[in-house]
Design a protein around this ligand. Structure first.
Ligand SMILES: Nc1ncnc2c1ncn2[C@@H]1O[C@H](COP(=O)(O)OP(=O)(O)O)[C@@H](O)[C@H]1O
Ligand SMILES: [Mg+2]
Length: 376
């Protein structure tokens, strides 16, 4: 994979790539990451201490409502934050520290070792070049091959991500493709780089529901073909069901629960996670209603003390407004939750927690009572 004559390995440094790389197949380690943006109102504390470990070939889902710090976390990993961002903590790719790394180092890692797929494919595509040119360009930058071979491979890649008539599509410009097709092209480009890590940030959010599953399939194909580990970011727990090995739930810039997919889906220990689960349509329970979480996430400027979820939490107690809970082991050492009352959530379901507080059920009952009163 070493590109001839670019000196890329020198920039990365053989020692840092191999000598201090973690032995257990860990590809990405994020530790105590914080990101703040100065503003007139005060520091916007977008990320307030994120830690995760991504092992080779594994899929980590990061879930949380809009504004919870998911994108900023990933942009920090990629070194793509604006200049005014204040970053602390550590991001290590195969043991090499990326926080504060030089532009030259980041350029070698970005795209090639760690590929990023954004919500809007036009962020990654150049509108003035054909998709064939853009995929071939990526291949030629990283592999010693002829232009014709690069175009052959580009057609193969488009076919792999299931673009019909792949060969003919090489001559298309991005604007000639549907949103779903464009996102497949972006995935093909990510594959062309043969990355170790793919970070996909809301890859299906901008797309029609009917193509979302197809894009998830294309991502899965890309992951298997490259053997890359994946960070799959979404506001919708449904998107990562069946995809993620492990899940980290974020709220107000921090992980509030983390564990295997089974832990998160079947034995959640943070009311916010239960709330997210309750907002999911469930095919296995035809009668179950959706239970939305009432309220909205807090501002991350001048945050009050205590648990940021407390104002929306159906089981909040006075202590919740005084002390922000730390991530603490729950059902296992790997399953952690940040809630003073996580033990009390065993066996509880979202509708028990939220249904009584939100209330279309109450409103409906009220309406029925009123109608009955009037007719009697
Ligand atoms: N460049 C920026 N300057 C100031 N605040 C920002 C910037 N980028 C993001 N934020 C703020 O950081 C918080 C987290 O944003 P983000 O990571 O984009 O959320 P998510 O991806 O989870 O929806 C939000 O409050 C957002 O407004
Ligand atoms: Mg985002």
């Amino acid at each position: 994979m070493t590109p001839a004559g670019t000196g890329a390995e020198d920039v990365l440094g053989a020692g840092s790539m191999n000598g201090s790389a973690p032995p257990d197949g860990t590809v990405l380690e994020v530790e105590g990451l914080t990101v703040g943006f100065p503003s007139d109102e005060g520091l916007v504390r977008a990320v307030r201490g994120v830690s995760y470990t991504l092992r080779g070939g594994e899929v980590l889902g990061i879930v949380g409502e809009s504004g919870s710090g998911k994108s900023v976390t990933s942009l920090a990993v990629m070194g793509l934050l604006p200049g005014n961002a204040q970053v602390t903590g550590s991001v290590r790719f195969r043991g090499q520290e990326l926080v504060g790394a030089s532009d030259a180092t980041m350029t070698k890692i970005r795209g090639r070792r760690v590929a990023m797929i954004f919500q809007d494919p036009m962020t990654s595509l150049n509108p003035v070049y054909t998709v064939g040119f853009q995929i071939a360009e990526t291949l030629l930058a990283h592999h010693d091959m002829t232009k014709a071979a690069a175009l052959d491979r580009a057609a193969e890649l488009l076919d792999t991500v299931r673009i019909p008539n792949a060969r003919a599509r090489l001559d298309s410009y991005p604007h000639e493709l549907s949103g779903g097709m464009r996102q497949r092209v972006v995935i093909a480009i990510a594959m062309a780089n043969d990355p170790d890590v793919i970070i996909a940030d809301e890859p299906t959010t901008a797309l029609d529901v009917t193509v979302q599953a197809q894009i998830m399939d294309a991502l899965d194909v890309a992951r298997r073909a490259t053997g890359a580990a994946m960070v799959l970011i979404t506001h919708d727990l449904g998107v990562i069901a069946g995809q993620a090995d492990r899940v980290m739930v974020m709220y107000a810039g921090k992980p509030v629960e983390s564990g295997t997919a089974e832990d998160i889906f079947y034995t959640p220990r943070m009311p916010y996670t239960l709330g997210l689960l309750g907002s999911l349509p469930r095919l296995d329970r035809a009668s179950a209603r959706l239970t939305p979480i009432p309220g909205a996430p807090p501002s991350v400027v001048n945050m009050p003390p205590g648990c940021p979820f407390s104002p929306r939490c159906p089981i909040a107690q006075p202590v919740c407004d005084e002390t922000e809970p730390e991530l603490t082991p729950t059902t296992s050492a790997e399953h952690t939750a940040a809630c003073h009352f996580s033990a009390e959530l065993a066996g509880r379901e979202a509708h028990e927690l939220f249904e009584t507080t939100v209330s279309d059920a109450d409103a409906l009952a009220e309406f029925v009572r009123e109608t009955e009163d009037q007719s009697s």
